[in-house]
Design a protein around this ligand. Structure first.
Ligand SMILES: [Zn+2]
Length: 304
């Protein structure tokens, strides 16, 4: 199996500089793993490099992994949970309504959501976004790859596994830790999903991990264990910073030690920090260590 890595530059602020797209020559046909950034310009540039590719496997629906889907008549393969999110690039407004209603419930103000809103609408303002690919839902196996269902970072995140090599999407990165998203209509406990997804990988025999950002990982077991440890200690920290009095998710996020102080985080990072705090809080609720309480008509959290 020949593997070529294509580095796709990303125009996002406070996000990785590059996404890795892999051109993999299997014994049957060449496939691409992930589809780059969603702008037309990025898609054209990528398509030129990979030349007439037909089959594209996609790890998850985020803006930096689905580009070709909107611009080329390829066959794309994704988990069904994430297929539904493609709609948000075509029609951001329809997507925002339930998202903002849910943020409202937890007292999270609109200013925190602005960076997400602008990232999604920037491309659709420039040109008409339309799904041009034929999008297929993944089953357990495709083109000789085992499809490993690994929700957490997104509800339908998957990894592709073949010949002891793992294409891990954003689940395992070499240097940074992946954000665990909270998607109201899906799992109520995405942090648990993320830890379970990582544990699932520990059961596979993996020689090398090819992540969707950063560097190839040659010590998979060590890195996966570090990540499990990271999420566990973040959950512990969220529990520790909770006061005796009920707190809102944003108040908890302000007290957690992110890579820098919460108030110094830039817009996009702030939203991610709040989302991950909420994921930790939901995990603790599920474990019976804390409970949801009402604070001024919004949902907050308190120790039991
Ligand atoms: Zn990504």
């Amino acid at each position: 199996m020949e593997i070529e890595v294509i580095k796709v530059r990303l125009p996002l602020e406070n996000a990785p500089d590059f996404a890795n797209v892999y051109l993999v020559d299997t014994s049957t046909n060449p496939v691409l793993i992930d589809a780059g950034f969603i702008s037309n310009e990025h898609a054209e540039e990528l398509y030129e490099k990979v030349g007439n590719i037909k089959d594209v496997l996609i790890t998850h629906h985020h803006i930096d992994h689905v580009g070709l889907v909107f611009w080329k008549e390829i066959d794309a393969y994704m988990n069904e949970n994430d297929v539904k999110f493609l709609e948000m690039y075509v029609n951001p407004k329809r997507f925002f309504k339930p998202y903002m209603d849910w943020m409202d419930k937890y007292g999270i103000e609109f200013e925190f959501i602005k960076p997400l809103a602008s990232a999604l609408t920037t491309e659709s303002k420039k040109q008409k976004m339309e799904i041009r690919a034929k999008v297929n839902c993944l089953i357990d196996e495709i083109f000789g790859f085992n499809v490993i269902f690994t929700p957490g970072h997104s509800p339908g995140h998957v990894c592709f596994y073949k010949d002891k090599l793992l294409f891990a999407g954003d689940l395992v990165l070499s240097d940074t830790t992946t954000h665990v998203g909270y998607y109201p209509e899906y799992s109520q406990n995405p942090m648990k999903d993320q830890i379970e997804s990582l544990n699932k990988l520990l059961n596979l025999e993996i020689d090398v991990i090819y992540p969707a950002h950063e560097k190839t990982i040659k010590n998979p077991e060590k890195r996966i264990s570090e990540l499990i440890e990271h999420y566990r200690s973040r959950i512990d920290e969220v529990f520790q910073v909770l006061d005796e009095k009920p707190m809102k998710a944003v108040e908890v996020a302000e007290k957690v030690s992110w890579h820098r102080n919460f108030n110094e985080l830039k817009g996009w990072d702030k939203l991610l920090a709040i989302g991950e705090t909420l994921a930790c809080l939901k995990y603790l609720v599920d474990e019976g260590k804390i409970k949801e309480v009402i604070i001024n008509n919004t949902i907050g959290f308190s120790k039991i």
